[in-house]
Design a protein around this ligand. Structure first.
Ligand code: NIG
Ligand code: FE
Length: 406
């Protein structure tokens, strides 16, 4: 009798994204993969596989398998939409001008505060379904459209309700996203609220895995963000930062000093910023969807980041203002066409490096024995196709935690 397995995948080509592999994409052709107890039990060339006795044998007929995609930066929970601001921008108004005039993030805060938790769950579930359809198995969801304890809690509870037996959700508290109208002109008082009331209460309720902030002219200064990072660290929480999106504030250097797991956006990242995050081992999360949708022209310093071996992750940044995008495959394509990533770098950005940006790379992000069996099967002839097609979806199956998932 052969070794017992839960699922045996045969006749499959693997893009393992295993960092130990010397081959592009960690490719193993004509492979076998074994799932046992929700984990990858064995993976390698079919010729090397011993006999396995499985409850399910799935002949992949030469299809490709990758790690399940990871969307490590989203604002998936929100109410309403900002199509009218899209129209305003097309008539010449800038994202910054709209925000300063009381639109932007604050307009989504108004609709999110008015929505019930069930409304938020229902809308976000539709967006989550779109991500899953394209092979996503892990999604990070930020708060940041509530901006008071009650509504930030409601958002994080909605995010919690979205996690289930077919997708993994990680929650990030983004109280320092924008100044709520009731604190107009008193950013410091709002940051007091974030640090002294919101972070302690949300930590106590165990509703977050990390803390994020928006360091920008139209949001919070480095001094204000530093207080948020200190409060997060005091609660033992890892930090992330929206940094250098519209201007260079030095947010990345600040985040690096607090050992941030990621800094995100980075179009205006300076050489000093690159050096700082390279030293702190912080992941650079690139968001080409926001770059595209805001018609930005300044590119993140990709070559410098590569030269300094900073891990590059990619995400949809799904949100109603700067990136109303629920297609991770489109993001792979944009990362290549707009930012000049190779298709291999792009896929790494939505697998292993996405996992690193969530401190989850010991469990997910590559096909390696002992990691969670979060997998995607694609009807393609080569993994570069995942960055190449636009508007078609070659996903043929998604496996979450060792089980076929819809
Ligand atoms: O990641 N940069 C700040 N936050 C979001 C945008 C939020 C919004 O416009 O609603 C982002 O781009
Ligand atoms: Fe964002």
């Amino acid at each position: 009798m052969g070794q017992l397995a839960d699922i045996l995948f045969t006749n499959v080509n693997l893009a393992t994204m295993d960092p130990k592999s010397k081959i592009a994409y960690g490719i193993v052709e004509n492979a076998t993969l074994v799932v046992k107890n929700g984990l990858i039990g064995w993976a390698g060339p079919a010729a090397d596989a011993s006999a396995f006795e499985a409850q399910i044998t799935h002949d992949c007929a030469g299809a490709w398998m990758t790690p399940g995609l990871i969307d490590c930066h989203t604002h998936l929970v929100f109410a309403g939409n900002r199509a009218s601001e899209f129209e305003m921008r097309l008539k010449g108004a800038s994202y910054e001008e709209i925000a300063r005039a009381g639109g932007g993030i604050v307009s989504t805060v108004t609709s999110t505060r008015a929505a019930s938790k069930d409304d938020l769950i229902r809308d976000a579930r539709n967006r989550l379904a779109a991500l899953k359809t394209e092979g996503v198995t892990t999604v990070e969801i930020k708060s940041g459209y509530g901006l008071d304890l009650e509504n930030e809690t409601k958002m994080l509870e909605a995010a919690t309700a979205l996690s289930g037996d077919d997708v993994r959700i990680l929650r990030t508290f983004l109280g320092a996203h924008a100044l709520p109208p009731e604190y107009k002109d008193d950013g410091n008082a709002y940051i007091d609220l974030v640090c002294n009331e919101m972070i302690p209460a949300i930590a106590k309720a165990q509703l977050m895995e990390a803390v994020d902030g928006f360091c920008e002219n139209i949001a919070f200064s480095t001094d204000q963000i530093e207080r948020v990072l200190v409060a997060a660290k005091a609660h033992g929480l890892p930090v992330k930062l929206h940094a250098e999106q519209l201007s260079d504030q030095g947010g990345s250097q600040l985040a690096a000093r607090y050992g941030a797991i990621s800094v995100d956006h980075l179009e205006f990242l300076s050489n000093d910023g690159v050096d700082a995050i390279a030293k702190s081992g912080t992941v650079a999360v690139l968001l080409p969807g926001a770059f595209y949708f805001l018609k930005e022209t300044k590119l993140p310093p990709i070559q410098l980041l590569r030269d300094k071996n900073v891990p590059l992750a990619l995400a949809t940044d799904c949100n109603p203002g700067s990136s109303p995008i629920t297609s991770p495959l489109l993001i792979l394509n944009m990362a290549c066409t707009l930012f000049g990533l190779t298709p291999e770098e792009a896929l790494l950005g939505m697998t292993l490096n996405g996992a690193k940006a969530l401190h989850m790379d010991d469990q997910i992000g590559s096909i390696e024995v002992g990691k969670r069996a979060d997998l995607a099967i694609w009807a393609i002839d080569h993994p570069a196709e995942l960055s190449y097609w636009m508007g078609s979806n070659p996903l043929s199956a998604r496996i979450f935690n060792g089980k076929f998932a819809a």
